[in-house]
Design a binder for this molecule. Structure first.
Ligand code: GUN
Length: 285
């Protein structure tokens, strides 16, 4: 039976350590969170990020902009935040409304304040193995993995999903940890077979219960990044959050597995706090 990788407990530990470091070093880290439009899931994420910042001793400002915000107005805000010495981290919550160009917005950020690690400079540095802001969700996946497997060198890792936010950077981090990495996606033939060979499985597809229990290799470590709200089969009035992996069916086979919710999600926020702290520390402010 799998060990449950408790992201709530680990993220709490990380945030508590950060809070005491911030006090000890007399830092005043500042994080600006920008949300354009009214995507309900994004509203929850942004609120959670602001609350976590407050609890960690990070000054946070939330900029809520209407859905019809122009590209120019958003770039103006980014330019102001780039210049603001109280702000060490800038996060623009994705996805943006379709009229806005996310890559242009990301490119407008000062890479030294890009605590999401989305700027081409940080993406390039990550792929070169140079110091950079490591994207929060992939960083959280690696911290959870290392809880049960401190040295994953030599393991076969399968990443399902090739997004810029999760799939590609988590594959880079697994490669840096000396795993043999395979990236699977919608055009991969025999995905079940690929999964059955994987010692480490990272599922970041965004399709609820896509990975079947009998695809899991015995003793595998399963990191489930998916989080989708679905109707509760027991009660049609209710909804619940489920991951990309059929958790109930995978648990008897896996050595360790992240629950949804309470696995990767809280780790993303803890790593955002960590990146903001590191940014403030680098400037010595
Ligand atoms: N949308 C989903 N995940 C993320 C994230 O890690 N950062 C930002 N900015 N937007 C997201």
């Amino acid at each position: 039976m799998a060990q449950i990788l408790d992201g709530v407990a680990l993220s709490r530990r990380i945030r508590a350590e950060l809070a005491s470091q911030i006090t000890k070093e007399g830092l005043s880290p500042g994080l600006a969170v920008v949300l354009v439009g009214e995507n309900p899931a994004s509203q929850v994420y942004v609120r959670n990020k602001a609350r976590a910042a407050e609890e960690t001793g990070i000054l946070s400002q939330t900029h809520l902009l209407p859905a019809d915000t122009t590209q120019t107005a958003l770039l103006d805000l980014i330019a102001r935040l780039n210049e603001d010495p109280k702000i060490h981290g800038i996060l623009v919550q994705m996805p943006l409304p379709p009229a806005l160009d996310p890559q242009a917005v990301i490119a407008a950020m000062d890479p030294a304040k890009d605590v999401d690690g989305f700027h081409p400079v940080n993406v390039g540095r990550l792929s070169l193995g140079l110091p950079c802001f490591v994207p929060c969700t992939p960083q959280g996946c690696m911290l959870l993995l290392r809880e049960v497997l401190p040295d994953p060198a030599g393991k076969r890792a399968l990443v399902i999903g090739r997004s810029n936010i999760v799939g590609k950077p988590v594959a880079q981090l697994l490669l840096q940890a000396d795993c043999t990495v395979t990236m699977a996606h919608s055009r991969t033939p025999d995905l079940a077979g690929e999964c059955r060979r994987a010692d480490i499985l990272v599922a970041a597809i965004g399709r609820p219960h896509f990975v079947q229990g009998d695809w899991i290799k015995d003793g595998a470590i399963v990191i489930d990044v998916g989080i989708t709200r679905v109707a509760d089969s027991a009660d049609a009035e209710k909804t619940r959050l489920v991951g990309d992996v059929d958790y109930e069916a995978a648990t008897p086979r896996a050595a360790a597995i992240t629950p949804v919710p309470g696995g990767v999600g809280p780790m993303t926020i803890a790593c955002l706090m960590r990146n903001t702290f590191l940014s403030a520390q680098a400037r010595g402010l």
